[in-house]
Design a protein around this ligand. Structure first.
Ligand SMILES: [Zn+2]
Length: 284
């Protein structure tokens, strides 16, 4: 069914798995993301940036997720990723997203708390879940480059205070991952994650999941990661395939001949990730 982040992370906690949160970058690849989840009988979080939501249309994304949750019998949440503006969050909630992330991680702690609280009040009144963030994830966030020296790992004491004061349903943690990292793999700070997990009872979220080594996934799941974001890898798979399929094709050929292989390439990536998320014993 079409559901919330809170419900999905609760399911994941019970099964000691992590739910995959996959960024759809266009409407074409979206059905295959949900079909991949169906193959594994796994729940799935579909997420979009604010700009992708505006490009595709919020209502269109909601309609596809709701329809496929029903026809494919998959638990699907639709989540707005890294929103910094209350107006963008309000628009997504009002148009049917079931979950939002307010990212105030660039702000002073108190300001982040106050803004997040406001989002939580608006969202919870409407049955929508909220993910918050403290610390900074490396790489590029919504086009804003975070340099190495600006990276701040999540402090476990701050995490506890933040969760208590805001009432968020899930917390994104900065433990060494980077957005947009696909050429190499990162070293995650497992000890820090364990410390955060001991202080904070709510589901934790990893961003920049493309750069996480497969053998580390199980360690993260065992330390409270219940939402695992993967975006860049899908983008790379789709675009690489599109470059090949579009390059030598007659211009009057049906587009599906070029686009279906792109969607399948993405589905393969998602299936591989979900297999790791579901069968953690392979990664330990
Ligand atoms: Zn992120």
């Amino acid at each position: 069914m079409y559901t919330t982040l809170k419900e999905i992370t609760e399911m994941a906690t019970k099964r000691n798995i992590t739910a995959g949160a996959f960024n759809t970058h266009n409407l074409e690849m979206l059905p295959d993301l949900i079909r991949a989840a169906k193959d594994f009988e796994a729940p799935i979080i579909i997420q979009t940036s604010v700009d992708t939501a505006k490009y595709i249309g919020h209502e269109n994304l909601v309609a596809v997720c709701q329809a496929m949750a029903k026809t494919e019998q998959v638990d699907v949440a639709l989540h707005l990723d890294h929103a910094r503006d209350f107006a963008d969050i309000k628009e997504a909630i009002d148009k049917g997203y079931s979950s939002v992330m307010y990212d105030g991680s660039h702000l002073p702690f108190l300001e982040n708390v106050l803004n997040t609280k406001e989002v939580v009040a608006y969202a919870h009144e409407r049955g929508v879940s909220v993910e918050g963030e403290i610390g900074t994830i490396g790489g590029t966030e919504e086009g804003i480059q975070v340099s190495e020296q600006d990276k701040v790992y999540t402090n476990p004491k701050d995490a506890l205070a933040f969760v208590k004061q805001t009432g968020v349903d899930a917390l994104a943690v900065a433990i060494g991952t980077n957005h947009g990292q696909y050429r190499s793999k990162t070293e995650v700070n497992v000890a820090l994650l364990e410390e955060i997990h001991r202080s904070v009872a709510i589901p934790l979220v990893i961003h920049g999941g493309t750069g996480v080594k497969e053998e580390d996934i199980g360690k993260l799941v065992d330390r409270g990661i219940r939402k695992f974001n993967v975006g860049t890898e899908l983008l790379v798979a789709w675009t690489k395939t599109a470059k090949e399929t579009f390059s030598d094709t007659p211009v009057n050929q049906s587009l599906r001949h070029m686009i279906i292989p792109c969607n399948h390439a993405v589905k393969q990536v998602v299936s591989k990730k979900i297999a790791c998320f579901m069968n953690r014993s392979l990664n330990q």
